[in-house]
Every structure is written in C-alpha cells, then in structure tokens.
Write a protein that binds this ligand. Structure first.
Ligand SMILES: NC(=O)c1ccc[n+]([C@@H]2O[C@H](COP(=O)([O-])OP(=O)(O)OC[C@H]3O[C@@H](n4cnc5c(N)ncnc54)[C@H](OP(=O)(O)O)[C@@H]3O)[C@@H](O)[C@H]2O)c1
Length: 248
C-alpha cells in the first residue's frame, strides 16, 4: 500500500524535526526542507532507515525551491505543514525600530511563502483530500511588545488559513498555535522575553509551580490528533488538543 505523504517545511530542528520524526515512525513518506543543508542532512539521517524521505535544502521564499518541493511531492499530498518561520531581528525591536525591510522578510517567510506553497501543491492536496497545518503563535492574537512584526505575519497567516478553509471545504485546514516550546527560535527571542511576553525558559502552571518549557516532541501529539481525530477546520491551540495532564 502506498504510504501517506507529508511535506513539512523547516524540518531540520525544533517542532518541524519532531513532527517529521513522528510521521516517519508511522511509516509516512516525507518531503522536508530547511536552508542549512548540512543540518537538514544530519536530521534526516537520524530518521528510521526504512523511512522514504526527500530532503531538499532551500528557502521557502524561493519560488524555484517551492516548485522543487511540489515536484517531489508528486500527485498526492496528505499533509502540508507550514512550519518554517522567521522571528525577524533579535533582540526583538519595538515597532518604532523595526526596519521595514525586516518586516517584509518576516511576512515573506511567515505569510506569503505558506500561501504560495499551498497554491503549489493544491491539486495534490485535493486528490488526497488532504490536511493543511500552518503553525501559528499566541503572538498572532496577543499584543506583546517586540513581537509586532512576527505577530502580524502570524495573524495574517491565521486569516489566510481561515479563508482557505472556507474556500476548500473538502480539505482540512488548520492554524495551530503550538504554545511555547524549548527551541532555537524561543532561545533567540529570550533576551527580551519577560512578563509582557512569552517566558524565556520556563512557565508557571495553574497551581503556581514553575515548570520547564515543553520540548517540541511533547507538542507533537497535538498535531497527530489532527490526523487521527480531526476536528473541523479552524484555528486551534495545541494545548487544547492534548490530554489535560500533558497540557499542564
Ligand atoms: N518555539 C516556540 O516557543 C514557538 C511558539 C509559538 C509558535 N512557534 C512556531 O512554531 C514553528 C516552529 O518553530 P521552532 O521553535 O521549532 O523554530 P526553530 O527551532 O527556529 O526551527 C525553525 C526551522 O525552520 C527552518 N527555516 C527557517 N526559516 C526558513 C526558511 N526561510 N526556509 C526554509 N526553512 C526555514 C529552520 O532551518 P534553517 O534555519 O536551516 O532554514 C528550522 O529547521 C514556527 O512556525 C514558529 O513560529 C514556536
């Protein structure tokens, strides 16, 4: 039987790598990318030997790279995960100090490229009755100082995702806020993280305990739930898809 196929962007580390590993363990065929070819190769090499994976180094903002990804997918695509993302300049500047060119780059990676990738693989998604997951953020809906450029890109991604969902009712189309995770991106943002924004390396649970940030692997079950027990298309928080104990 032909295994299902997933295209996961930004799969060399963090959430994308964890999700790719989980799908590989389920026997999925994978098409993955990231800009750093060496790191992508090392990550893919750690996947199960039986996994069929096509790793294409490249930048999601590059139309030729997106065309290569679509060609590697082939005729049917069961899952597209728009995960690759750009935080913008760090330390995260206030909007007054955000260079317009930096905002344009954030929007190109976080908003324009995900839609362009959906467009590139839409026939393959429709043939498979597939699922689109665009990874969002709480910064899309909260006004955290310093997070305006990144958050604006994610907010726009959320709206694109919502409109795609109503325009393509045969597909499942989700924007998913994974919550804070201990990844390179979170560490890059840490210098300005404070009570006004996502915490640097820990979080305070409901009972007041200070807990470490979840690893991306801890959040993956929420994404797998979208495949195993799919809710209606929409914007979701990973914490709401996890069992109560795991989401603490
Ligand atoms: N970590 C958190 O706390 C958190 C919270 C809310 C939302 N998120 C979202 O969760 C998703 C995953 O974040 P993460 O924390 O796992 O990030 P991460 O650790 O920084 O990993 C990002 C991945 O994307 C790749 N990438 C970045 N820009 C790219 C580009 N232009 N083209 C292709 N690949 C690119 C990176 O590899 P290269 O650098 O080699 O390209 C890497 O593989 C993102 O959408 C992020 O916005 C994260």
């Amino acid at each position: 039987m032909t295994p299902p196929t997933a295209l996961v962007t930004g799969a060399s580390r963090g959430l994308g790598a964890a999700l790719a590993a989980a799908l590989a363990a389920r026997g999925w065929r994978l098409v993955v990318d990231a800009r750093d070819a060496g790191r992508l190769t090392r990550t893919v090499a750690a996947l199960p030997a039986a996994c069929r994976v096509t790793a294409l180094p490249g930048d999601v903002t590059d139309p030729a790279h997106r065309a290569d990804l679509a060609a590697a997918v082939g005729d049917r695509l069961d899952l597209l995960v728009n995960n690759a993302s750009d935080l913008g300049p760090t330390p995260l500047p206030r909007l007054a100090d955000l260079p317009p060119a930096a905002l344009e780059r954030v929007l190109a990676v976080n908003t324009v490229a995900p839609l362009a990738l959906v467009q590139a693989v839409l026939p393959a998604l429709e043939r498979a009755g597939g699922t689109v997951v665009s990874v969002s953020s709480d910064a899309a809906v909260e006004a955290y100082p310093g997070w305006g450029g990144y958050g604006a890109g994610k907010a726009a991604l959320d709206l694109l995702t919502a409109v795609l969902a109503v325009e393509h009712p045969a597909l499942r189309v989700y924007a998913v806020d994974p919550g804070d995770m201990a990844t390179d991106m979170h560490r890059a943002a840490a210098p300005v993280a404070s009570a006004q924004g996502p915490a640097a390396s820990s979080r305070v649970a409901g009972g007041g305990e200070v807990l470490p940030l979840p690893a991306p692997e801890d959040v993956v079950p929420a994404f797998l739930r979208l495949l195993d027990d799919p809710p209606p298309s929409g914007r979701l928080r990973a914490a709401d898809l996890l069992p109560a104990e795991a989401a603490r």
